[in-house]
Design a protein around this ligand. Structure first.
Ligand SMILES: *[C@@H]1O[C@H](CO)[C@@H](O)[C@H](O)[C@H]1NC(C)=O
Ligand SMILES: *[C@@H]1O[C@H](CO)[C@@H](O)[C@H](O)[C@H]1NC(C)=O
Ligand SMILES: *[C@@H]1O[C@H](CO)[C@@H](O)[C@H](O)[C@H]1NC(C)=O
Ligand SMILES: *[C@@H]1O[C@H](CO)[C@@H](O)[C@H](O)[C@H]1NC(C)=O
Ligand SMILES: *[C@@H]1O[C@H](CO)[C@@H](O)[C@H](O)[C@H]1NC(C)=O
Ligand SMILES: *[C@@H]1O[C@H](CO)[C@@H](O)[C@H](O)[C@H]1NC(C)=O
Ligand SMILES: *[C@@H]1O[C@H](CO)[C@@H](O)[C@H](O)[C@H]1NC(C)=O
Ligand SMILES: *[C@@H]1O[C@H](CO)[C@@H](O)[C@H](O)[C@H]1NC(C)=O
Ligand SMILES: *[C@@H]1O[C@H](CO)[C@@H](O)[C@H](O)[C@H]1NC(C)=O
Length: 776
């Protein structure tokens, strides 16, 4: 089972490492701490838990200390990307928590739920285990894999291995390996539905089994095991199969299975008797261009023979060297109706893409297919299928592209290129082109709507906590007295919101005092049932995103309900926008808009259950010390039963941000947040409040005023003479107006909004403000 132990004499520990080992046994108790110079080694010294170098700092994880490569096999806090400074310390607290701190970073807990842990041990299998005082396992790294599976470790049904961004950056990347409920092992790009449209490899392909697209029975089981001898066993309810051929019988080999940054799963072995490198034993899929979305939007994968990403003719990488970022147009986009056709030509490209248009035109020749696209101002590319003479016109973005010598795509290319962007690192603006007749090409995730009618190959997996690996740090529970003390009797008020009042406080964790924001929820609004409060705290506590304010703890004591949040030192967006002296540059403001959009995408699409914020406004967007915007107060609407009682709108009173469906007894969907986001975006553009009765009457309502300025072509009036790129301004206003459509089904999803903000997709003409004019 554990051949490694026998290899002790072979392990090559440097003198420094041998020293580190002194004084650190492999089982530690609360009070123990680590610095980047010390590690917790497993008994044989093969594995270590502790700091490893990442970027220009450190990250915490488990790595192979016994190998010169120091290969990382597990990473904590994978989604908080900033590298830790050299003076960082990791403490095992008496309450069982593992907490990071340094002079520069505020206290950060690891995403390990270890409340009540009384011992931690690093085992020779590579498993890091926390036990409670009754010697029950509370948490172990083997149950929360990142991108690697080790011998004796299992991947049970519903669990994933998810790739890292790059070899040197363990942040969660673009692909995942999923052990499905139906016993099939499969690989998908992240953020796509688990269907055959997006999947790029499944275990049923392997061997002689032909994938049966429809009739797969819903098997109740599935588990993947990596054996000590390098066999991958897949148990699928009906049997236990080995995926890979026998790879040797040497007990001196150490194996690891990793899903690598570019979406390939590889089994490597390392000969423990030698100082050599890892040897590749087996990998899937064989074709490096298979992982879908590898080259981002409008980019395609080539193999000659090495895998590489290229841009369509006339397109350039969004970020040089970053495949995932995709490509953008390098010529002025065509506007509709077309002013002069001669500015565009068609280029041919032997590439294949996902075809988003189900009804191709028939009886075409290559020539008139190409011509049909050239003459259509809404078309950016046409796919031609020989034999049947099918021609499919497409709009941006094109996705999942790769070369294929037997397919022909015609790409519209401008005869002039865009000027090189100056020092402003701006994504080029692609507006004006739009589509009309052809359905707006839907992005992977929002394309779900289109594909949902298609047969689903595999049972859908719930997007539950199992998949959101390692983000289950529970918020801490406080008593009322503790928080009263922490806030000096609620003496320093930071602000007042729809849900309650916020006070500044300080919580001590050992010697360190951390400034926090304590929100006292309005008693009259509370959903009384205790179970709901706890369930909701769990949901909020599980959220973990750069653009959300983190919930640190809560109090449920008698009638008191309080929430403890991370303190944001830079105040709120409202403060920044509406205080003339504090005004931010246009670029900074647009970055903040993208930050808010990202936070909302997470709440809407990645949380299970979905979280609808219901109260997006600049007062609820906080700015941290790095200037990064974070959404606060999410999850409270549900807690306070807002959707059911509808008392919310009355209490808030401020009409400015509320979608019309609130007033119309229509169901409340995530589109209420899109509406509020649209209003906030207009405020970000113009640095003024959505309602301002000090202004002349026609300007008082920002949405109406923006609409007026847009229709009269006087957008400059919106930004008060600020120097802003005209096309960029027009684009932003268009997005803001589209988001604030009165008809909620017409509003775009937040994902689409972000892609438009980033300039990766066009704004369709059907979404132009004219069709969504407000009618009060
Ligand atoms: C890893 O990538 C993320 C996302 O691009 C970035 O924010 C972070 O700084 C990177 N970390 C390191 C150590 O390079
Ligand atoms: C932790 O608990 C497991 C299961 O009860 C036990 O096998 C193991 O020895 C414990 N570890 C330590 C360090 O006590
Ligand atoms: C289990 O896997 C084997 C081998 O891939 C395959 O032959 C069998 O059909 C699978 N059973 C089910 C129920 O999927
Ligand atoms: C499948 O077989 C392997 C090798 O015998 C074993 O290690 C593994 O536990 C088995 N899996 C299941 C689910 O029985
Ligand atoms: C398996 O072990 C036998 C005997 O120890 C050895 O002769 C053979 O080469 C080994 N096979 C492999 C593939 O390493
Ligand atoms: C192991 O191989 C990798 C990739 O081929 C290489 O970058 C690395 O330097 C090698 N490490 C050692 C210790 O040879
Ligand atoms: C389009 O094709 C023409 C002729 O093959 C070529 O000269 C031109 O460079 C191509 N344009 C782009 C942008 O690749
Ligand atoms: C394309 O051209 C072919 C041959 O010239 C012609 O038969 C066909 O009708 C044309 N198709 C369309 C849609 O114009
Ligand atoms: C290339 O295109 C042809 C025809 O559309 C298709 O049959 C084939 O599978 C494609 N090749 C690859 C590698 O996808």
């Amino acid at each position: 089972m554990m051949p490694i132990i026998m290899l002790l004499p072979f392990l090559l520990l440097s003198a420094a490492e041998a020293q580190q080992q002194q004084g650190t046994s492999n089982v530690v108790k609360p009070g123990f701490s680590l610095t980047p110079k010390t590690n917790l080694l497993s008994p044989s010294g093969l594995y270590a838990f502790g700091f490893y170098e990442q970027g220009d700092g450190y990250a915490v994880g488990i790595f192979l200390a016994g190998l010169p490569q120091k290969t990382v096999v597990w990473t904590a806090n994978r989604d908080s990307s900033t590298p830790l400074p050299a003076d960082v310390k990791l403490e095992f607290r008496t309450d069982g928590r593992l907490v990071l701190h340094s002079a520069q970073i505020k206290e950060t807990p690891l995403d390990i739920s270890s409340d009540g842990a009384s011992s931690a041990s690093m085992l020779d299998s590579g498993n890091f285990v926390l036990n409670n005082s009754a010697n029950r396992i509370l948490w172990q790294s083997f149950d929360h894999p990142t991108d690697t599976l080790l011998p004796t470790q299992n991947l049970p049904k519903g669990q994933v291995l998810s790739s890292s961004l790059s070899k040197s950056n363990q942040t969660r990347g673009k692909f995942l390996l999923l052990m499905q409920q139906d016993g099939v092992l499969a690989m998908y790009p992240v953020d796509t539905p688990y269907t055959d449209v997006y999947g790029y490899w499944t275990s049923v392909d392997w061997g002689s089994v032909v994938p049966n697209t429809i009739g797969l029975p819903k098997v109740i089981d599935g588990i993947l095991t990596l054996d000590g001898d390098g066999h991958l066993y897949l148990f699928n309810g009906s049997g236990n199969y080995t995926l890979n051929p026998a790879s040797g019988n040497s007990t001196e080999l150490l194996y690891r299975l990793t899903i690598e940054p570019y979406g390939i799963m590889r089994l490597h072995s390392h000969d423990m008797t030698q100082t050599g490198n890892w040897t590749l034993k087996w990998s899937r899929p064989d074709d490096g261009c298979k992982p879908k979305g590898l080259c981002g939007l409008n980019g395609y994968c080539v193999k000659d023979p090495d895998v590489d990403c290229e841009c369509l003719p006339g397109y350039v990488p969004v970020k040089e060297g970053d495949w995932f970022s995709g490509c953008k147009m390098n010529f002025p986009a065509e506007s509709c109706p077309a002013s002069s056709k001669s500015k565009y030509t068609m280029n041919e490209s032997n590439t294949q893409w996902i075809n988003d248009n189900d009804s191709p035109f028939k009886s075409f020749t290559p020539e008139n297919c190409s011509d049909a696209c050239l003459q259509d101002c809404n078309c950016v590319a046409a796919f031609f299928k020989d034999g049947v003479g099918e021609c499919t016109k497409q709009s941006l973005p094109l996705q999942f592209g790769r070369t294929n010598s037997s397919t022909v795509a015609f790409i519209k290319v401008g005869t002039s290129t865009l000027p090189k962007p100056g020092k402003k690192e701006h994504i080029l603006i692609i507006i004006g082109v739009s589509l009309g007749v052809f359905a707006f090409i839907v992005l992977a995730i929002s394309g779900f709507g289109i594909y949902k009618n298609r047969v689903m190959l595999y049972q859908m997996m719930p997007k539950n906590g199992n998949i959101e690996l390692g983000v289950d740090v529970a918020p801490k529970s406080f008593t009322y007295a503790q928080l009263e003390n922490a806030t000096h009797g609620f003496s320093k008020e930071l602000g007042r919101g729809a849900f309650g009042t916020v006070y500044e406080g300080a919580i001590s964790n050992g010697q360190i005092k951390e400034t926090v924001a304590v929100k006292r929820l309005d008693r009259s609004m509370l959903a009384e049932r205790e179970r709901e409060f706890h369930a909701e705290m769990k949901v909020i506590g599980r959220t973990h995103h750069k653009n959300l304010v983190r919930l640190l703890g809560y109090c449920h004591d008698g009638l008191n309900r309080l929430l403890v949040f991370k303190y944001m030192s830079n105040g709120s967006l409202a403060d920044k926008l509406f205080t003339p002296e504090k005004q931010l540059s246009w670029d900074k403001r647009m970055e903040i808009a993208c930050n808010i959009a990202r936070g909302l995408i997470y709440l809407h699409e990645e949380c299970e259950p979905q979280i609808i914020h219901c109260d997006i406004k600049p007062q609820n967007i906080l700015i941290d010390e790095d200037g990064c915007a974070k959404i606060s107060d999410f999850g409270l609407a549900k807690l306070l039963n807002v959707a059911q009682t509808r008392t919310f709108t009355e209490i808030r009173g401020t009409q400015g941000y509320i979608a019309p469906e609130w007033r119309q007894q229509l169901p409340v969907t995530d589109k209420v947040d899109v509406y509020s986001f649209g209003i906030v975006l207009l405020e970000i553009i113009s640095c003024r409040k959505s309602m301002d009765s000090n202004l002349p009457e026609e300007e008082a309502n920002l949405k109406e005023w923006a609409n007026h300025c847009f229709n009269s072509g006087e957008l400059g009036k919106l930004v008060n003479n600020e120097e802003v790129d005209k096309r960029e301004l027009e684009k932003m206003v268009k997005i803001g107006l589209w988001c604030t459509s009165d008809e909620f089904p017409l509003r775009p999803s937040m994902k689409k909004v972000l892609h438009m903000l980033e300039g990766i997709v066009n704004i369709p003409v059907s979404a132009s403000p004219a069709s969504s004019l407000i009618s009060f």
